[in-house]
Design a protein around this ligand. Structure first.
Ligand SMILES: [Ca+2]
Ligand SMILES: [Ca+2]
Ligand SMILES: [Ca+2]
Ligand SMILES: [Ca+2]
Length: 348
């Protein structure tokens, strides 16, 4: 469950720049999803998508060789086109369901890229916990594609930097610099840098190192303290579409491009899995977002005393809805942000 259900969302109040509302958005299937693998023969309609690494296979393949791209249109529920600062992310969560049974190990903590280097490399360190984390990222584009033009059936990539497929993909798992420019993290082992995921996949009741059964529910709580990541989310809400990439560094053994051996990586059900549609196991996005000025905190009427009470109540109880300014903890900067917004919205 997301932290709160708001009367404002139920009433469906109209939003203008001066008004605010808190929207609980639940999308129980993706508007598009795609196994982003260079040799996927059924792009956009495949019922499963696996994530794995080719970091140990030399040049020619992205380290993050198999990625799972998910596309959610948000514009029907959350007014697009506003300044990105008008979207306050209060909670964000992606839920996926595992398709394969007992083939990979659970690891809820990401490993350094150094654990994926050759053991003879001076920078190599051993992976302290078996398994690899399932992680989620925002995306970036190349070759002229963008969030509006790219669809689940668009071309995988353009000319690779190294044949047959390295650094070719048109949409890639990304991190962002301080001005919001995306950079491709698909080769962070070859290029030797650590990555910052938006969220880490967790499975309730499972211990690190356990093998993961089919039908396991993987929950990615997005990190509200990641300011670059939250800025990506806000831009996505402005654009009316949120595209996300799931990645993991499990070895590509036993499957696509991975040669002999058992499958050792997660396989997720996509929105195209007919059984998953019936069993409610398709990818699900949950967002709680305040849209517009937080001065009208309760989203009801204009900015008046009830908004002051509502803010103080949330602030006092530690509700993340009261987090109106960095850092992501509740402190005086949030009170100040509320007062400034309240003064502006109430004309005072
Ligand atoms: Ca699809
Ligand atoms: Ca590990
Ligand atoms: Ca109000
Ligand atoms: Ca804060």
């Amino acid at each position: 469950m997301l932290p709160k259900t708001y009367a404002a969302a139920a009433l469906g109040l109209l939003t203008t720049a001066a008004q605010a509302q808190v929207v609980d958005l639940v999308k129980d299937t993706a508007d598009g999803d795609r196994w982003m693998y260079p040799f996927n023969g059924t792009p956009g309609i495949r019922a499963i998508a696996s994530t794995f690494s080719a970091a140990d296979q030399g040049p020619g393949f992205d380290d993050r060789d198999g990625q799972f791209l998910l596309m959610f249109d948000t514009d029907a529920a959350i007014t697009p086109g506003l300044d990105p600062g008008s979207y306050q992310i209060i909670a964000a969560r992606l839920t996926l369901v595992i398709d394969n049974d007992e083939e990979f190990r659970y690891d809820p903590t990401p490993d350094s890229f150094r654990t994926l280097l050759a053991e003879s490399d001076p920078d190599f360190i051993a992976d302290a916990d078996s398994g690899r984390a399932m992680t989620i990222f925002g995306v970036g584009y190349r070759n002229g594609w963008d969030v509006f033009s790219w669809t689940q059936t668009s071309a995988f990539g353009g000319p690779p930097v190294i044949e047959p497929a390295q650094s070719a993909r048109n949409v890639f798992a990304a991190n962002y610099d301080s001005v919001g420019a995306a950079f491709d993290i698909s080769n962070n082992v070859k290029e030797r840098f650590e990555v910052a995921p938006l969220g880490i996949g967790e499975i309730e009741g499972m211990a690190p190192g356990d093998t993961v059964p089919a039908e396991s529910v993987v929950v990615f709580e997005l990190d509200l303290c990641d300011e670059d990541g939250m800025a990506f989310l806000r831009r996505s809400l402005r654009d009316g579409r949120l595209n996300l990439a799931v990645s993991s560094m499990h070895p590509a053994s036993g499957g696509p491009g991975g040669g002999a051996g058992d499958v050792l990586y997660p396989i997720f059900k996509t929105s195209d899995d007919v059984i998953a549609q019936i069993l409610d196991q398709t990818p699900t996005l949950e967002l709680t977002v305040r849209v517009g000025s937080p001065g009208n905190y309760d989203g009801i009427g204009g900015a008046d005393f009830s908004d002051v009470i509502a803010f103080i109540t949330d602030f006092g109880s530690g509700d993340p809805a009261a987090n109106l300014a960095p850092p992501c903890t509740l402190d005086f900067s949030d009170v100040l942000a509320f007062l400034v917004a309240f003064a502006a919205a109430s004309g005072g």
